[in-house]
Write a protein that binds this ligand. Structure first.
Ligand SMILES: Cc1ncc(COP(=O)(O)O)c(C=O)c1O
Length: 391
């Protein structure tokens, strides 16, 4: 492997100050350092309370609640659209990014010989959704590629005349790289390739969460958008909307997208109805301030880890609230070893952090969120060397 590019350190001179009242907005176990917001998010108390109030409504008068659900979902969807800068007619609530990938890929007509392009940074369930529908070409993106342009060129070089669809992360999960940049999406469009963007990490983390426009885009609201678990959004460009089919057709199926996708008969809709409260809260806290704080904290954590022997920081998109580093060769090079290391650190140190597997040696990802404090990253940096030497 070529000598990795070591990105310029972006160490804040001082540890970032705590976000005012950040921890108090959550009910997280204070004995645990939660440095893994990117995996499952966390729900702030005001959003938990909004969902609890909705659940109380269901229990008080189920008939009234369920009859009103379609109209209330339309109103909630419009609030989400305003936050994301999206066309309100082109959005549907879905449960998670995995569902979004399956809905999107079912709506692309594929003929024999067509191929789907994915990258080796793609999320497992999303890549699987592609592989179930057509042969995939997996583009290997060296995690050390210096910038978005290098990523874009590598993806474009892998296109063949058979590439019909490209499924790309906006922000990749293990490596926290921007892959679906607006420029790459425009280049793919120009070449007639249908774009499916996995924006799982975008809402609530990025100022332009829609990546400048894709044929299909899905994003989780329950990660960085402070929404209850099971809240996500699928956005579909106008020319594809008529081909979207619910995975489980229900009462509203005849109305087509988006109602066909959102109606799940008698289900728990309270998470979706409370979801706009999460994005509203970020606005009230000052979205730019939240983004800057989270990114600075993640950068601080990564800078501390970068001081440890054998760890190499990876290039990252500006302003992301996640940073990643490669671990020494041989550590976490398989999913089992990565999981074992992650669970040992959690059980023995009370630190939740993502360790990701990669051939030759995995990596570690730290996230920044308004409930985090610099001391939590300092604790991780103190204990990690002993785990690495044992691994
Ligand atoms: C980039 C990416 N895509 C998809 C997913 C899957 O999300 P979900 O569990 O909501 O389907 C994740 C989850 O961490 C992710 O990081």
């Amino acid at each position: 492997m070529p000598e990795p590019t070591r990105p310029a350190a972006d160490v804040p001179a001082e540890p970032p100050a705590g976000f005012p009242d950040g921890p108090a907005l959550f009910r997280l176990d204070p004995r645990v350092a939660h440095l893994n917001h990117g995996s499952f998010g966390a729900v702030p108390v005001p959003v938990q309370e909004a969902q609890a109030a909705l659940r109380a409504e269901v229990h008080a008068d189920p008939d009234a609640f369920f009859i009103a659900v379609p109209d209330r979902l339309a109103a909630a969807r419009a609030r989400i659209a305003a936050h994301l800068g999206a066309d309100p007619d082109g959005l549907a609530f879905i449960s998670n990014a995995t569902e979004g990938a399956n809905l999107a890929l079912d709506a692309v007509p594929l003929a024999g010989g067509d191929e789907i392009l994915v990258t080796d940074h793609g999320y497992g369930t999303v890549v699987e959704a592609a592989a179930r529908r057509a042969p995939v070409t997996t583009v290997a993106l060296d995690p050390h590629l210096p910038d978005e342009d290098a990523v874009r060129e590598t993806v474009l070089a892998a296109l063949t005349s058979r590439t019909k669809v490209a499924v790309l992360d906006h922000v990749s999960s293990p490596t926290a790289r921007i892959i679906a940049s607006p420029r790459l999406l425009a280049d793919l469009r120009e070449r007639g390739v249908t774009t499916v963007v996995d924006g799982a990490h975008a809402p609530g983390m990025l100022a332009d969460p829609l990546a400048g426009g894709a044929d299909f885009w899905f994003g989780n609201l329950h990660k960085w958008g402070y929404a209850p678990s099971g809240s996500a959004i699928l956005a579909v460009a106008p020319q594809h909307r008529h081909r979207i089919r619910a995975l489980v057709p229900s009462w509203e199926d005849r109305h087509g997208f988006p109602r066909s996708v959102e109606n799940r008969a008698t289900a728990d809709y309270t998470g979706w109805l409370a979801a706009p409260e999460g994005l509203d809260l970020i606005e009230r806290l000052d979205a730019a301030k939240v983004r800057a704080h989270n990114s600075a904290l993640a950068a601080y954590g990564a800078a501390l880890l970068a001081e440890l022997p054998g760890l190499t920081p990876l290039p990252h998109g500006d302003a992301l609230a996640m940073r990643t580093l490669r671990l020494p060769a041989g550590v976490a090079d398989t999913p089992d070893r990565a999981r074992a290391l992650r669970e040992r650190i959690a059980a023995e140190e009370g630190i939740r952090v993502l360790v990701w597997p990669w051939p030759g040696g995995g990596g570690i990802r730290v996230c920044g969120q308004i409930y985090n404090r610099p001391e939590e990253y300092e604790r991780l940096a103190d204990v990690l060397p002993s785990y690495l030497s044992r691994a």
